[in-house]
Design a protein around this ligand. Sequence first.
Ligand code: URA
Length: 209
Amino acid sequence: MEMVTVIEHPLIQHKLTLMRMKETSTAKFRMLASEVSMLLTYELTRDMPVTYESIETPLAVMTAPILKGKKLAFISILRAGNGILEGMLNLVPSARVGHIGLYRDPKTLQAIEYYFKVPDDMEHRDAIVVDPMLATGHSAAAAVTRFKSVNPKSIKFVCIIAAPEGIKYFHELHPDVPIFTAAIDEGLNEKGYIIPGLGDAGDRLFGTR
Ligand code: URA
């Protein structure tokens, strides 16, 4: 499996461009985030295993494919991860959902956990960890480190925009976790924002600034 996959579907790219535009309203941004995340999920679940069951249509008996096993858990990194959960759940309504909340201690710069709740059967579930922006990669890497303690069956990381610095840092700590993104941008500014990016994803999703 490729360790970094840029999903270049034209619909995703078009919607991402609309998300980047500064004049896009909160309502529109949220809708686009939901649509982009649904399309990303469609692509990154391509390798989900299926099994075959005998079913009856109104006209005949057939052997038909059906998803195999315990399926998926989406793990949202708070708070912006929540903004892309909805689109993913539209596509996979039976998925379980976990949340991981971390903040950075301003003195020690360590990631401190303030919330951690994930399904208790993670060893049977494939996990997709979600955060729209992979910027420095510090919070995503810390969240995945913590999440690995519950032994998920597998982990993929999905974001909407990644910075090269974030990909590098994330894969130094988690070379086993593939990253799926709609774009890899130029880099970070001095405040850790992705350039050109789309601004603060949390603020744009929730209208907090
Ligand atoms: N988080 C965001 O929301 N935006 C960035 O550009 C970087 C981190």
